[in-house]
Design a protein around this ligand. Structure first.
Ligand code: AMP
Ligand code: MG
Length: 490
């Protein structure tokens, strides 16, 4: 018998606004219970920030919820319908292995989706088993939490549990469920779904819903649907600029993996770049480099153009005028992206004010980094600490010239060198989730040793502190390591 009041009430406060959308957009679906769940990792600070009792959730009760064996009172689980361009090709999709359990309202009145990923089959599963493996779910946990700590908008990870059941990919793997927290899971692909399979009223319902949920300030705008497009463009321009600034490669920027909220979603084959090279691709299925590091801004614009197409009938009743208005909005994206990126790059170099030559100063550094195979994160780290690394880049004459130019630039602002160094420390992470360190943590976790992952998560939680304990995590992979590859849909 449960005696403690808290045990019954971990603080969930569910509302299910998504079920008030037209039926087309979802299917109510219960998670498929699992045999023998076990808690692998639980995010106490995140639970607390959601107003949930960590003590209660990090127990059998929480485990049952996170495994899909128990649906909390007030939650109405559903699978969301969506479509999307996958590597440029349009497909009808939907949550094939995820369920929106419900929307939790925090004590501050914020609304978050509570989603289980790996919770069993749904009507959108197509041939899939609806399940997920432990490694990729822990990978999402580590990278999404690292992104959050880097100050980048992202879905977050509340818990990973194993199911006690095996799943079958190329080999037999332990099954797991990730509990994902997001501002919402409305995607560009949700709008494409509405445009392709619904009526104009369906698109309008989704657009009004998205505005109320994410952009309430534009609801009374004279053309709120055009304003919605502008807002999403602004958030994505800011988001993708931040990805570029830390060397994050999403890996599968399909339109179904781009959120209307402006959060990073769907951590599949993502990875951080070591050596600076715009052509960097890690995903085994991205053979043409569509989603290479240097292509991400362009793909962002392409995806947003798909959103614009879906919104056309709402933007203006005259199609030609709607197209012209949408095209103008999309043209803003690259400009906005560039402004965000350059602002971030100035901060990475300790620059507070603006000069026309700043772009060329940054480009000068990047092209040297490319030429000398320099590690992206560690180069900025060395500049921040005013340390010369024993690398070809730092030994080059070009670098000496560039350094002089940079120092002269810093001299032309009123802030001191100490101010610049502080700005750089706040802008250049001392540590990123290096691929080989993530793999090492996952391998240990799969063998039952969680300590490697816990230590990694600990140092990743404060990437701008430049602490002693971070130093051992800064090394790039050994030069003779195999090229790193990530895999999708596992
Ligand atoms: P993702 O690559 O995770 O963005 O997934 C693309 C699509 O495939 C989504 O509709 C997923 O729900 C679906 N999917 C991925 N893995 C599975 C699986 N194991 N079972 C069913 N559907 C899946
Ligand atoms: Mg996806």
């Amino acid at each position: 018998m449960i005696e403690n009041n808290e045990m019954i009430e971990p603080g969930w406060k569910f509302d299910n606004s998504y079920v008030r959308l037209p039926q087309l957009f979802f299917t109510e679906q219960q998670p498929t219970p699992v045999h023998a769940p076990e808690m692998i990792i639980f995010n106490t600070p995140l639970a607390q920030s959601l107003g949930l009792s960590a003590n209660t959730l990090n127990t059998e009760e929480g485990l049952a919820v996170f495994a899909g064996n128990h649906v909390p009172v007030g939650a109405v689980p559903l699978a969301q319908a969506y479509a999307g361009h996958q590597f440029g090709y349009f497909n009808r999709l939907g949550d094939g292995r995820a369920l929106l359990i419900g929307e939790h309202i925090t004590p501050h009145g914020e609304r978050f989706d509570i989603q289980l990923k790996g919770s069993g089959r749904t009507p959108y599963s197509r041939g899939g088993d609806g399940r997920a493996a432990l490694g990729p779910m822990l990978r999402e946990y580590i990278i999404s939490e690292a992104m959050h700590a880097l100050g980048i908008a992202t879905t977050r990870s509340l818990a990973v549990v194993t199911t006690g059941e095996s799943i079958y990919r190329e080999t037999e793997l332990p099954g797991a469920v990730l509990t994902r927290i997001g501002a919402s899971h409305i995607r560009v692909g949700t709008f494409q779904f509405a445009a392709q399979f619904g009526t104009v009223e369906d698109i309008r319902a989704l657009a009004d819903y998205s505005i109320q949920r994410h952009y309430p300030g534009i609801y009374d705008h004279e053309n709120r649907y055009l304003a919605l497009l502008h807002e999403v463009i602004k958030r994505q321009a800011a988001l993708i600029a931040k990805w570029q600034l830390v060397g994050f490669i999403h890996g599968v920027m399909n339109t179904d993996n781009m959120a209307i909220s402006g959060e990073t979603i769907d951590y599949g084959p993502c990875a951080f770049m070591d050596r600076y090279d715009p052509a960097t691709v890690f995903s085994s299925i991205d053979r043409d480099g569509r989603y290479a590091y240097g292509n991400q801004p362009r793909i962002g614009a392409w995806n947003l153009a798909r959103l614009a197409e879906a919104l056309l009938p709402l933007i203006h009743e005259d199609e030609e005028q709607a197209v012209a208005m949408a095209e103008d909005a999309i043209a803003d994206f690259i400009e906005l992206y560039h402004v965000n990126w350059l602002e971030g790059m100035r901060a990475k170099l300790g620059i507070f004010n603006e000069e026309l030559e700043d772009s060329s100063l940054v480009e000068g550094l990047l092209s040297m980094m490319k030429k000398y195979d320099a590690d992206y994160t560690n180069t900025f780290r060395a500049l921040t600490l005013d340390q010369r690394e024993a690398t070809a880049l730092f030994d080059s004459v070009e670098y000496a010239e560039w350094h002089e130019r940079w120092q002269a630039r810093l001299g032309r602002q009123k802030q001191s060198i100490t101010d610049s160094q502080q700005l750089m420390k706040n802008s250049n992470p001392a540590i990123i989730p290096r691929n080989h360190r993530v793999e090492e943590a996952l391998e240990a976790a799969e063998k039952g040793d969680l300590t490697v992952m816990e230590r990694l998560l600990h140092v990743l939680a404060n990437p701008f502190t430049y602490s002693e304990e971070q130093v051992e995590y800064i090394s790039p992979p050994p030069a003779d390591a195999c090229p790193y590859q990530t895999f999708c849909g596992t």
